[in-house]
Design a protein around this ligand. Structure first.
Ligand SMILES: [Zn+2]
Length: 342
């Protein structure tokens, strides 16, 4: 990136009401068949336009192409039975009915490549595409086949690598893997979580990112956050190994969180997508608030490696609130950009 402090979003943007019920995460599609394909493309165009108007530098599809950040990918795999559901505990936090792994997992054809090509046609700006990370994928399934979290994660890493290579060939500039599970299973992260993530990026020439957050502003997450005490030091566990990893960019939650910013020192040298927008509130940050978060981050992140971003996805917010937050992100980054180049 030649732009100083290039802005981006960490994940999803609100869906229009004609595509899926708004202000709700994981709401089912309101269309089907050809109409759904067209509806997703139209929503992608709208979402891209919102990002462009706000002056966001690295743009995405706003996740208009998926219902859920993990299961939409898994739906396309062989070896997973969506009819055979079991209740599991997601990220040690809440119970959910999830599909079962019933045989060897594989992917016969790319999942998001056509969508990524469509996005590529719409803009010359750098584009970022999000995929679930291996550890977060296994945490969203019941495994009755491999009976080993690690084994299944390695299998998913190979599948994700195929998908990532196709996305790279389609012109995606940054491939992001969402790994909120990295904030929960610290021993696994260090034993094999980061290693499987590196398997997923093997051979890629485009940039790669890992997004580690405290989740959407849903009750299960806000309740969990209340138990984390006055300082959230979860990142501290994964950072040393991530600093040594081949991942280029680390996307983090910083705005209104209790993450001590000095933890960022542990990943010095990496590019950091600093979450300067809280996605768990309808209050829109002022540009000055965004700038303050970025200024604090600059104590621990070199200016050429700081990427202002949002804490997480904004799918549950109203379109108006999300628009305001995109504008605040852009304006806040501009304030600090001016200070740095003055
Ligand atoms: Zn997130």
């Amino acid at each position: 990136m030649t732009t100083l402090l290039p802005t981006s979003t960490a994940g999803s943007l609100p869906k229009p009401s004609w595509l899926a019920e708004p202000e709700k995460i994981w709401s089912p599609w309101a269309l089907e068949g050809e109409q759904l394909i067209e509806g997703k493309q139209d929503a992608l165009r709208v979402s891209l336009q919102e990002q462009m108007l706000a002056g966001i530098d690295i743009v995405s599809d706003g996740e208009q192409t998926r219902q859920h950040f993990v299961t939409t990918f898994i739906e396309h795999l062989d070896g997973v039975d969506f009819e055979k559901r079991e209740t599991v505990r997601i990220r040690n936090r809440y119970d959910a009915s999830v599909p079962s792994v019933v045989g060897a997992v594989s992917c016969q054809k790319p999942v998001f490549v056509e969508d990524a090509k469509f996005l590529r046609q719409q803009t010359n700006k750098p584009i970022k595409w999000a995929l679930p990370g291996p550890m977060t994928m296994i945490d969203t399934l019941y495994d009755g086949h491999y009976k080993s979290r690690e084994k299944l994660a390695w299998e998913f890493a190979i599948i994700l690598n195929q998908e990532a290579r196709e996305l790279e060939a389609a012109g995606v500039d940054i491939i992001q893997f969402d790994e909120p599970a990295f904030n929960v299973f610290f021993d696994d992260v260090n034993d094999w979580g980061i290693a499987t993530l590196e398997r997923a990026i093997k051979g890629l020439k485009c940039e790669t990112a890992v997004h580690i957050c405290y989740g959407y502003g849903i009750k299960a997450n806000t309740d969990w956050k209340k138990t984390l005490g006055s300082e959230w030091r979860q990142y501290e566990k994964a950072f040393p190994k991530l600093q040594q990893s081949k991942i280029d960019i680390i996307s983090l939650e910083c705005q209104n969180s209790r993450v001590p910013m000095d933890l960022l020192e542990l990943i010095r040298g990496k590019k950091v997508m600093v979450g300067a927008i809280d996605v768990a509130t309808n209050n829109t940050e002022t540009p000055e608030e965004v700038a303050n978060t970025l200024r604090t981050a600059l104590q621990f992140v070199d200016a050429d490696k700081l990427y202002p971003s949002t804490n997480c996805g904004m799918a549950p917010l109203s379109r108006q609130v999300a628009r305001g937050k995109l504008n605040a992100l852009s304006a806040g980054a501009e304030i600090v950009r001016k200070e740095l180049t003055a």
